[in-house]
Ligand binder design. Structure first.
Ligand SMILES: NC(=O)c1ccc[n+]([C@@H]2O[C@H](COP(=O)([O-])OP(=O)(O)OC[C@H]3O[C@@H](n4cnc5c(N)ncnc54)[C@H](OP(=O)(O)O)[C@@H]3O)[C@@H](O)[C@H]2O)c1
Length: 217
């Protein structure tokens, strides 16, 4: 499969790219092609040094989407809305994964700040009618993802109004070591999952923990 990671130069972008690059062609997207190429080169070197074969290229966000079957929107919320406008002409049959969490930091703790549609995923779907939007990975820690040998031991709730697209993302999720995909229902349920992220960050800080995830038992 061809996977574009938009904003793949960032933290969670690196984690997902390196987890999938041994099985799929990865296109790291960026506003700055040189930055994307450097990031792609760095991720490839890291994997090669650990004995993995991989295919990771760096390019613009637009070209990454054009080449992809699946695109991951891996930028901060406000940036995501601007980026979507630029990508609208090239977003057609791809599956678009949103892991975007709208949140702000106030008085030392994080607060969920959903748009009027209810959550980021619904806003994105509203802006891109006809695109197969899937919501996933909001509660995974980029630090854990980046350690590619690490068993993450977490669940990922996956929400979408398109069942076929949801299944594709569930299969991709199974490839991340010890991460269990769960059907989270329609896209409107993404609100609950997005809102957990600031809660997890705040709770980790209060309890002297880090990189908390979610497991349903
Ligand atoms: N970090 C985590 O553990 C984690 C976990 C789950 C979900 N998330 C969500 O995943 C998304 C990315 O998080 P992150 O921590 O990886 O973010 P990040 O490292 O701060 O940023 C990711 C990338 O976004 C691009 N970007 C920044 N501002 C932009 C703008 N104005 N327009 C277009 N692109 C812009 C940058 O790429 P270029 O400069 O190369 O264009 C940057 O490398 C966020 O929505 C976050 O809520 C993060």
């Amino acid at each position: 499969m061809k996977i574009a990671i938009l904003g793949g130069t960032g933290r969670i972008g690196e984690g997902l790219a390196t987890r999938w690059a041994t099985r799929h062609n990865i296109y790291i997207g960026s506003r700055d092609v040189e930055k994307a190429k450097n990031a792609a080169c760095g991720y490839s070197c890291r994997l090669t040094d650990q004995g993995f074969e991989c295919q990771i290229d760096g390019t613009s966000n637009k070209e990454a989407v054009e080449k992809a079957d699946v695109a991951v929107l891996s930028v901060p919320f406000e940036a995501a809305l601007d980026l979507i406008e630029c990508l609208r002409p090239v977003l057609k049959n791809q599956i678009l994964i949103s892991l975007v969490v709208p949140m702000k930091k106030e008085n030392g703790s994080f607060e969920y700040t959903p748009p009027e549609e209810g959550c980021a995923a619904l806003r994105i779907q509203h802006l891109l009618p006809g695109v197969k939007v899937v919501s996933a990975y909001h509660n995974l820690s980029y630090r854990k993802l980046c350690k590619i040998d690490l068993d993450i031991d977490a669940d990922v709730a996956i929400c979408s109004d398109n069942e076929d697209a949801k299944q594709v993302v569930m299969d991709l999720t199974r490839e991340i070591r010890n991460v269990r995909p769960l059907d989270g229902g329609p896209l409107k349920e993404a609100r609950m999952i997005e809102s957990l992220t600031p809660f997890l960050i705040n709770m980790a800080k209060r309890n002297g923990l880090s990189d908390l995830g979610v497991k349903f038992v």
